[in-house]
Design a protein around this ligand. Sequence first.
Ligand code: BES
Ligand code: ZN
Ligand code: ZN
Length: 475
Amino acid sequence: MKISRSTATSNAQAMLLACTAPTQLKALLTPAQLAELKVRNKQGESQVELYQNGQHLLCMVLPKGNDAATLEKLRAASSKAIQRCQELRAKEVGIHSSLGREGLDHALIEGAALANYRFNRHLSKPKDAPLARIKVAASSLSANAIKQLGALMDAVHLARDLVNEPLNHLNAKELASAAKMAGKEAGFKVEVFNKQKIAALKMGGLLAVNQGSLDPPTFTIMEWKPKSAVNSSPMVLVGKGIVYDTGGLSLKPTPNSMDQMKCDMGGAAAVIGAMYAVAAQNLPVHLVALVPATDNRPGGNAYAPGDVITMYDGQTVEVLNTDAEGRLVMADAISYAEKYQPELIVDLATLTGSAAHAIGTKGSVIMGSADQKVLNTFQKCGEQVHERVAQFPFWEEYDEELDSPIADMKNIGGTTGGAITAGKFLNRFTKRPHVHIDIAGTAFLDTAEAYRPKGGTGVGVRLLVATIKAHYGIG
Ligand code: BES
Ligand code: ZN
Ligand code: ZN
């Protein structure tokens, strides 16, 4: 998708005019258009649509504040306008904003770009299509700021595409190839370990989950290390790359619980998207991302409840439920991260139904051993970009639930607090400051919510990029 800065928008088939007072439209509209706008505004509408000389004018009178709630209102309003443009089958839209503040214009254009998404790849006759271009005719954003925003939007769309792509089009190898392609495009380094290398490294968690599958696993390492980096030790991101989760021998009950499980690589999609954005935006930060990937199936030599496996770091795990597979592949990646002596490990995973049940689709669950200051940065940035996080407790008593009589730990806790025991499991694999984000409720939607489409949401990309910038005081 293209977002470009352009003053010549008279040829755009639709114009989105945003202002905080109707009088600001004077410069842009004919007297007749203004009169109509006035009449409609009297009827209490803040969003008005006009049609003049073959061009659609969508006029929005928007709130002026600068708080997180206002930003989200702007995103929702412009996303509504874009949906209207799509219904009108417009090919492009020109955005003309007199909101007069960078933050407001950023949110306005962001809402439009995030709504301008369709996963039409597998439709022979798509019912509608996204606009080919969003032209920013007037705003308070510089050309560079618009370019940066475009890169971020591309990153979110990439993450959504990856989540939406079904297993028969995106297995572990194909997910690794997608990361390679993203690296080529944005300029970060990508290395992919194949099954042989993974076996040589004795990544026992990833290998166990892969045992029931015909497709080999992959372990993808992405690195962005610009000379200008402000951090001497990197931040390492880890994303769950279960390209499909049947539950394995602890098979998920059908019909419902399995059909969305192509989304179980939502964490991988988020970290690939974040790497893409950070590199494309040329941010001065040393960042590494790890994606352990496989499908989880009950085939052939599938790992079985009761198995004891040895993980990459040498700890042993009694597997009591093969559907708690995410933590096994993630644990190997988290301990592998030690190689980079990271100052912070941040993992994202569609890890537990428990997190989704607790807070639904409105936010992700966050917890960890990192300093509360770091968790607060995530919380604050989450509000700003409206990828909110709610912190769960991380008390040590939860950890005891993982003790096993026959191995160093088991892969499930008790019947309650499942999101937290899953986080505690991961935390056993690093002594570094660690943040765990469970996106099981937010990575994939059954029904669209404003600019978040049905299906993959790309959640995590904007949260990570905003938090990385705030954490290092850049951008
Ligand atoms: N991939 C699932 C979690 C999930 C659930 C993601 C719903 C997205 C939407 C995960 O691997 C899983 O099955 N977790 C189990 C763990 C349990 C067996 C301890 C769960 O949450 O039920
Ligand atoms: Zn599972
Ligand atoms: Zn899973």
